[in-house]
Design a protein around this ligand. Structure first.
Ligand code: ADP
Length: 891
């Protein structure tokens, strides 16, 4: 079944495609199938029914208008059915869009035509043969029974031949449909056509199997012609009934499928199950229904036409065996029909196929198929053996009968030739009676049917009971003339019949028909027992051996496939460790196993490398994370330092502006203070000149207070002035002792509260340097010392200066807690501090270090925990010019 949508791209639906000229496709096969019909229907009819010469001419004259009428009906019907298709093709060729009603009629016609063609053709043959038969009845040549035989046989043969026609029509119309309606989806086409296909396949198989059954009976069972014809009339009835019942069952069983196709109703799993089982159900039903039909036909034949019981069993057996074969074919074709639906259901609903484990496993399917084949073949072999045996026995009896017949003929001829009168039936009777006791006709039953209508027929032999009456068909056969075998199954007799022609005085006389019959092979009794047993044993052994082979072969297929499926499932779950065991053979399954094993290995390697990559990645990520954390920490530290530096800078900026302010104020205050200081001396003198004024002492005292205050103010102003000298850029001669004093003066507030300050200044003279920066060095050292001794009892700070030939050594000592050894190496680092936030910035000593270094000096620290700390600064007197240059260079 092609997918209609597949063609939509490659073949344009319009524009006059040459393949759309479909009518001519019917012609050649149509003619061929019609010739086949003539061969398979007309010829057997003529051969089986010996028509009396007097009716042949009128019958053949009547045949022409009959055939013409049938053909007219045929062509008219075909044209009517295919008319919508033809019109749709024409519309498409013109490139116009199809009108909806026409499209739907044409679409339906493509599905319906094949079955209609089959039924119409068979119906026409039935009507034609019935009319011909009726004409023969009217002419007095036939009885009604003969008409039934004729119609039955014609229907059966016509049906078998026209199955081919229906299949051919179906193929043409399918391709026309695909081109006319490329937009019809695969499921739509399936929904519209699948049941027709099921029915057509069922009918086809039925037709084929019944043709095979009648051919088998005709060629092998060798029924008498009349019985065979009767059977041919019964067979279509039985098979037709069985097929109708089968189609009815199919209608019933496909109801869930139809509901799903119509409106998506029902559970997809159930629909799937039903679609999957349908072919097998129908196959089983075929076997059952056919067995029932065969039983009905056999029983009917046994009682209405005296069918020999052996032949009845044979007939039944053949039909059942053929039903098995038919069922196998049917199942295969039905499976193909249902496949699109199964594929659609699994794809559309994502059915979990693994959970749909049906009773129809691969093993069951294979066993059913192989079992059916074995049963079919062995059954046919059994029947064949039985028939051969029977024919052998019958043939032997027939030889004996022929001998008896020849002997009787010569006896009669001898007696007649010597007689004085012309021969009569009575004379024949006398001769036969005389010959009865003699060999080789002994034990034979002899029947004589005189030509003379007035004379009575008679029979001889048959022992004390006398000869039994011949049945109608045997007598008819004898009377119809000719020589040949004669079998009377109902009487258990077989033999030959022939004409009794004699010569008397040169003249020929046809006296009548004579038959010599012997007890036939009967199928019963001790003589048959042994061969029958042998045959049955042979059958059982054959069946067992073949069945065993089938079972083993199926196992060999199914077992590895199952294992492979389980391994694949396990691999899908990720169990890749266990290797896929191979059968070691290089057949398809072996190769599949190898392929799976390769796949497992490749997957395992991929997975391993992926895991390694993952591990590497993880490691790298960990490394990076650690790095980042470290950087983060460093950043946080730097940020903190920066924050502190910022506040320090802010402070220095403040200090600088304060310095400027202080310098301005000091400058402004300097003059009035000088004025006061300069005025106080003369004022004192003036008071002394006043003499002993009572208030003079008091006034002198006040003047001394003013003098002290003014001097003190003058000191502070000078200190401020020195400290905040703004000529920092310039190198000057600095008096370090005074610088230390100024610093101490400014730090008075810190040094209050019982801190003893001891100064021991040497005669150090001056050094060249930046006065403000050196002030800052001492301020910082003194501040640290003051802060260190803040909580020390008997706090003491010693400041000393010593001169060396080319440097000045300044020492600042305290008796504070000292610096722990682990802190000592870091005190000059910028931002290193052990003090609380706000109290220290950690910049003091680093600035000191920088300044001292810039002055070409050194700074050393000596600290004993618990005892105190001494900072020793050595400042060279220096080469002023060089230092000034480098100092300004780095500023
Ligand atoms: P700050 O004084 O702002 O903390 P410094 O650079 O001036 O920064 O000092 C660094 C550290 O050295 C101080 O925090 C302190 O621990 C230590 N230190 C400096 N001078 C002394 C001292 N005279 N006695 C004890 N410890 C000191």
């Amino acid at each position: 079944m092609g997918d209609a949508t597949e063609h939509s791209d490659s073949r344009a639906p319009r524009g006059g495609d040459p393949p759309l000229a479909f009518k001519r496709l019917f012609v050649v096969p149509g003619v061929a199938i019609t010739l086949a019909e003539a061969a398979a229907v007309v010829w057997p009819a003529l051969a089986l029914f010996d028509l009396p010469p007097e009716v042949r001419a009128p019958l053949s004259r009547a045949a022409i208008p009959l055939a013409a009428g049938a053909l007219a009906i045929w062509f008219a019907s075909i044209a009517a059915w295919l008319h919508p298709v033809q019109r749709a093709v024409a519309v498409r060729r013109r490139g116009e869009p199809l009108p909806k009603p026409l499209a739907s009629r044409a679409y339906r016609a493509t599905f319906r035509a094949p079955l209609r063609v089959l039924l119409l053709r068979v119906g026409l043959w039935a009507v034609v043969s019935a009319i011909a038969g009726a004409a023969l009845v009217r002419a007095g040549a036939w009885g009604p029974r003969d008409v039934g035989h004729l119609v039955g046989m014609v229907c059966l043969h016509a049906f078998a031949v026209n199955l081919g026609r229906a299949a051919w029509y179906g193929a043409i119309l399918r391709s026309v449909r695909e081109r006319l309606f490329p937009e019809a989806t695969r499921m739509r086409v399936f929904a519209d056509g699948y049941f027709g296909r099921l029915a057509l396949v069922a009918l086809g198989v039925a037709g084929g199997a019944s043709a095979a059954a009648s051919a088998f009976v005709y060629f092998f069972v060798r029924l008498p012609r009349e019985q065979f014809l009767e059977l041919q009339a019964l067979l279509p009835l039985g098979v037709g009934g069985a097929t109708a019942a089968l189609v009815g069952l199919a209608r019933y069983w496909t109801r869930p499928i139809d509901r799903y196709l119509r409106d998506d109703g029902g559970e997809p799993t159930r629909v799937y199950r039903r679609a999957q089982e349908l072919p097998y159900r129908l196959a089983l039903a075929t076997i059952g229904l056919w067995a029932a039909a065969a039983a009905a036909i056999t029983v009917t034949a046994r009682y209405t036409m005296d069918l020999d019981s052996d032949d009845a069993v044979l007939l039944f057996g053949v039909t059942v065996v053929l039903a098995v074969g038919a069922a196998l074919y049917q199942a295969l074709w039905h499976r193909e029909t249902m496949r699109p639906l199964l594929a659609h259901l699994t794809v559309r609903h994502r059915l979990p196929l693994r959970r749909l484990r049906s009773s129809l496993s691969l093993r069951a399917k294979l066993l059913t198929s192989f079992g059916g084949v074995v049963a079919f073949a062995c059954g046919l072999a059994l029947l064949w053996g039985f028939i051969q045996y029977k024919n052998l026995v019958t043939g032997f009896v027939g030889r004996q009968a022929e001998l008896g017949m020849a002997w009787l003929r010569s006896e009669v001829q001898a007696a007649i030739a010597s007689a004085a009168e012309p021969p009569t039936p009575a004379a024949v009777e006398r001769v036969l009676l005389a010959a009865d006791a003699a060999t080789p006709a002994r034990n034979a039953v002899v029947y004589f049917e005189p030509t003379d209508v007035g004379a009575r027929p008679f029979a001889l032999g048959g022992g004390p009971m006398g000869a039994p009456r011949l049945p109608w068909y045997a007598r008819a056969r004898m009377r119809l003339g000719g020589d040949g075998p004669l079998e009377v199954g109902s009487l258990g007799l077989t033999g030959v019949h022939g004409r009794l022609r004699v010569q008397w005085r040169g003249e020929a006389y046809d006296l009548g028909a004579i038959a010599v019959l012997f007890p036939a092979y009967s199928g019963r009794g001790p003589s048959i027992e042994r061969p029958l047993k042998e045959l049955l044993v042979f059958f059982v052994v054959l069946f067992g051996v073949c069945g065993g082979i089938a079972v083993l072969t199926v196992r060999e297929f199914v077992q590895p496939v199952r294992e492979l499926q389980q391994r694949a499932d396990a691999m899908a779950r990720g169990e890749l460790a266990k290797p896929v065991t191979s059968s070691g053979e290089s057949d398809e399954i072996g190769r599949l196993t190898f392929a799976l094993e390769e796949m497992r290995r490749a997957l395992g390697e991929k997975l391993r490398s992926t895991e390694e990559v993952n591990l590497d990645l993880e490691r790298a990520v960990q490394r990076r994370t650690a790095d980042l954390a470290k950087k983060n920490r460093e950043l946080a530290e730097t940020l903190e330092k920066l924050t502190r530096a910022q506040s320090q800078l802010v402070r220095s900026e403040k200090m600088a502006s304060i310095g400027q302010l202080v310098a301005g104020i000091a400058h402004e205050i300097n003059n009035p203070v000088n004025a006061i200081v300069n005025t106080v001396g003369p004022l004192d003198d003036a008071i002394a000149a006043l003499g002993d004024v009572p208030e003079a002492d008091e006034m002198r005292q006040m003047i001394r207070v003013i003098q002290r205050g003014a001097n003190r103010t003058k000191d502070i102003v000078r200190a401020l002035h020195n400290y905040s000298r703004t000529d920092d850029e310039s190198v000057v001669d600095v008096d370090l002792n005074r610088s230390l004093d100024d610093s101490l003066e400014l730090l008075r507030h810190l040094l209050k509260g019982g801190i003893r300050v001891e100064r021991s200044y040497g005669d150090v003279g001056r050094i060249r340097g930046h006065a403000g920066q050196l002030n800052q060095v001492f301020m910082n050292l003194l501040t640290n010392a003051a802060q260190a001794v803040a909580h020390t009892d008997g706090a003491e700070i010693r400041v000393s200066t010593d001169a060396t030939p080319d440097a000045v050594v300044v020492r600042v000592s305290d008796n504070g807690p000292g610096i722990p050894p682990d802190v000592l190496p870091r005190i000059f680092d910028p931002f290193f501090t052990t003090k609380d936030v706000g109290e220290g910035t950690g910049l003091g000593l680093s600035i000191v270090h920088g300044i001292v270094e810039r002055h070409g000096g050194t700074i050393e620290v000596d600290s004993a925990p618990g005892k105190g700390t001494t900072f020793t600064v050595t400042l060279p007197r220096g080469d002023v010019g060089a230092y000034a240059q480098s100092g300004s260079g780095t500023a």
